[in-house]
Design a protein around this ligand. Structure first.
Ligand SMILES: *Cc1c(COP(=O)(O)O)cnc(C)c1O
Length: 418
């Protein structure tokens, strides 16, 4: 980095005093900014749009980026910075930049890195809005994307072009929990002079840290497990200081997909319990997946923690031996209604629940249940859904923190009366 690059001029904003070898669970609770002179124990919520300077010359230095200080909350705010530092610590990256949503994190990534004429290779199993953003919105501006198999590395390699700058992956995917090999994708990207971004929403840093496997950018929807209680929309990119300071912050400054300090504060406090929530929700999901797999009304279960999962071994290696909290399954179709391909059976199971929330969100302490074919994937044609494996009998459950016996009984009511 050059001697006069912005990050070397910083240092005006102090760090929390923590042992250099502090472990993840400690960083999740303690990383951020030092308390104000008032000595608050819980992090302060700075709801202010701008910051006051002691004199005009100082203001000039701060606007010229010669002195690090908080200026304007479109691109600098103490509460947002605490959230960024904490998430960077959990992901094991040097830096992080928070955004207003998971989707705007991906928008910032592409706006910062790419220009018209550049090419992206992306898994075809990623979040639906990610496909729409890359193909539709960025397609309009001349950034082309090739969509490939989540799990077939040969397809990723074959899709590379001289102008391929970015590989984009998500693992495990929604709703089929397909797992891709992050280290192998990093090798393919770097061997081609390209960069790798991984959307880490589903596993969260409590289960996997893609940066340790070679990913250059970690994308988050803070809306999911980081908040963890279904309250706010938020997003972030974790990356090196160089990319955050020199590539993404200038775009944030002029485009303004900023995270509100209030939402940042909610996510900041959510991260304190991320690890215990993920452990408990994963344990419950594993119990539920094993029970579902043995149930006569179930055709197939998708859960990385099960031996029957096609990428079980890779998932266990990559996710610290944990399958995550999302379980999907196909119910056997109603013998009397073979024409609806399992839809009425799936609706029956969903409608018989009284505890699970019927909503497409996930990452909440409340268990959520959804029928992907008619909700998150409802805009696809039936042929596109079949190709993606989103069948009419498929149900996705994102397991929360309720007693798993109650959730099991909630699902058994419908499954036992099909
Ligand atoms: C929800 C989600 C997003 C988008 O995040 P928002 O905060 O809703 O904008 C991106 N990727 C994955 C995997 C998601 O689950």
């Amino acid at each position: 980095m050059g001697a006069d690059s912005p990050s070397t001029k910083k240092g005006g904003i102090p760090r929390v005093e923590l042992p250099a070898d502090a472990r993840l669970d400690t960083l999740a609770v303690r990383e951020g900014l030092p308390a104000t002179p008032w000595g608050e124990n819980s992090e302060a919520l700075f709801l202010t749009s701008s910051f006051v300077h002691p004199d005009a010359a100082t203001a000039a230095r701060r606007f010229a980026n010669e002195e690090e200080a908080f200026v304007y909350s479109r691109f600098s705010n103490p509460t947002v910075m605490m959230m960024e530092r904490r998430l960077a610590a959990l992901e094991g990256t040097e830096a992080c930049i928070a955004t207003s949503s998971g989707m705007s994190a991906i928008m910032l990534l592409v706006m910062g890195l790419l220009k018209s004429g550049d090419h992206v290779v992306c898994s075809r199993s990623v979040f639906g809005s990610t496909i729409k953003l890359l193909q539709g919105e960025f397609g309009k501006f001349g950034v082309q994307t090739t969509f490939v198999s989540q799990t077939d590395l040969t397809e990723w390699k074959d899709a590379l072009r001289p102008n391929t700058r970015l590989l984009f992956a998500e693992t495990p995917t929604n709703p089929l929990t397909e797992v891709c090999d992050v280290a192998a994708l990093a090798e393919i990207a770097h061997g081609h002079g390209a960069l790798l971004a991984v959307d880490n929403c589903f596993a969260s840093p409590a289960l996997q840290q893609p940066a340790k496997m070679g990913a250059d950018f970690i994308i988050h929807s803070g809306t999911k497990y980081l908040d963890g209680q279904g309250r706010v929309i938020a997003g972030a990119i974790c990356a090196s200081t160089r990319f955050v300071d020199e590539v993404f912050t200038p775009v944030m400054r002029s485009v303004g997909m900023s995270l509100s300090p209030f939402n940042a504060w909610v996510v900041l406090k959510g991260m304190e319990t991320l690890s215990v929530r993920m452990k408990a929700q994963t344990a419950s999901a594993a119990t539920l997946a094993a029970w579902l797999e043995a149930h006569p009304a179930i055709e197939r279960v998708f859960y990385p923690g099960l031996k029957s999962h096609p990428q079980h071994e890779l998932a266990m290696r990559q996710q610290g031996g944990q399958g995550g909290a999302v379980v999907s399954f196909i119910v056997r179709s109603d013998a009397e209604r073979p024409d609806d391909r399992g839809r009425s059976a799936a609706f029956h199971v969903i409608d018989q629940t009284t505890i699970c929330s019927i909503t497409a969100n996930l990452g909440d302490t409340k268990t959520t249940i959804t029928h992907p074919a008619s909700t998150s994937h409802g805009r696809l044609t039936e042929a596109q859904r079949q190709a993606a494996g989103i069948t009419q009998g498929l149900i996705r459950v994102a397991v929360g923190l309720e007693d798993i016996e109650d959730i099991r009984a909630d699902l058994a009511r419908g499954l036992n009366s099909l």
